[in-house]
Design a protein around this ligand. Structure first.
Ligand code: KG4
Ligand code: ZN
Length: 344
């Protein structure tokens, strides 16, 4: 890597981001914090036929799509590959076969062009999505992370350092949405389906509020999920009428209200003025509204990524790539894909 040329455009580096950890093959180009292009080819419609992501299908779909998605991203950004300053790529966590497609492609780009490779932790990518939304966003701030694999409240001390204040003790919020979707016979991916159904219902089903003690930032979703399953089974066994929309609405409120409450507590405790969020569940309209109301009431500035930057995308990987580029955090070409990376 000795022939790498650093900082062709030091203040506003042009970075290609690549994401292939699950069922989206994505590529994006940024110049500084400005997003120049943002492309996704998704295998979700095929995965939906199987009721979830089949790893082998995901790997094959990435292999088919990666060339095209990167070419599209460069073309719509109006950037030649020789102009890139770095390539940032998700190296974990995720499906190994899927990750390896993006990672191998990024390594070849880095080696061929003599530019740095920046391995990005997918979750840090979700957290960095907010930087694309607001040029002036600066730590410290509190971030609510809610995705298919994680639910946590974090304190961002600097652009590259986070303290985990609390996290889920069992299921992640997105996982709970997906499981409840199955109980309600809704197709994959479940989160947006539950949200849509919830809009037609009222919150009339008594469900336990998930709290693991006041004064901490830990969550538990398995009790809530079990309560939904028990409610539905009991109604069916007794042949009683019940409303799927009311269950969806009641579950959504129980699952999300606690996140808003705990985020407010964390922001007050840390004395920050700004709240951000990231991860697929943050695309939920009810959660976005409740976060906005809470921040208006409590006097915090709220920076939410656009909905398309909450679910998996490459713009967030490029954004995290920029933070690491500025900090000089580059990766060797020996970087390996990781199925699991601890949050801390
Ligand atoms: O961040 P993400 O795209 O992938 C992971 O890194 O996990 O999150 C996917 C999760 C899924 O569980 C999905 O059901 C959930 O985010 N999700 C939603 C919504 N959109 C996606 N959950 C609730 N409401 C939504 N609108
Ligand atoms: Zn994700």
């Amino acid at each position: 890597m000795s022939d790498i040329v650093l900082c062709k455009s030091p203040k506003k580096p042009i970075i290609l981001g690549i994401e292939s950890s699950c069922d989206e093959t994505a590529a994006a180009v940024i110049r500084g914090r400005k997003l120049l292009s943002d492309e996704i080819i998704s295998s979700a419609p095929v995965q939906a036929l199987y009721g979830g992501v089949v790893p082998e299908i995901a790997s094959r779909a990435h292999t088919d799509a990666i060339d095209e998605v990167v070419a599209r991203a460069l073309k719509s950004a109006g950037v030649k590959k020789e102009e890139l300053d770095a390539v940032a790529v998700t190296y974990g966590a995720g499906l190994l076969g899927a990750l390896l497609v993006g990672l191998s492609f990024a390594k070849a780009f880095s080696y061929g062009l003599g530019i740095p490779l920046i391995g990005v932790n997918h979750i840090r990518g979700h957290l960095a999505a907010a930087y694309l939304e607001d040029e002036s966003l600066e730590p410290p701030f509190i971030t609510l992370l809610a995705s298919g694999g994680h639910t946590a409240i974090l304190y961002a001390k600097s652009e590259t350092e986070f303290e985990v204040l609390g996290s889920t003790l069992d299921d992640a919020a997105g996982e709970a949405f997906d499981k409840v979707a199955r109980v309600l016979s809704l197709p994959y991916p479940g989160g947006p389906q539950v949200e849509a159904l919830a809009r037609e219902g009222s919150c009339s089903v008594p469900l336990p509020v998930m709290l693991k003690g006041e004064g901490d930032y830990h969550f538990s979703y398995s009790g809530l999920k079990t309560a939904v399953i028990n409610y539905v089974h009991t109604k069916e066994q007794k042949h009683e009428e019940w409303s799927r929309a009311d269950v969806a609405c009641s579950f959504q409120h129980a699952a999300l209200d606690i996140l808003v409450k705990k985020t407010a507590e964390a922001a007050h405790e840390k004395g920050v003025k700004t709240v951000t969020a990231g991860g697929g569940v943050i695309a939920n309209g009810y959660l976005r509204e409740e976060l906005a109301k809470m921040c208006a009431r409590e006097g915090f500035k709220l920076v939410l990524p656009a909905k398309r930057h909450c679910t998996d995308n490459a713009a967030m990987i490029a954004s995290e790539g920029l933070l690491r580029y500025r900090a000089g955090l580059f990766s060797p070409l020996s970087l390996n894909a990781e199925a699991y990376i601890p949050l801390g």
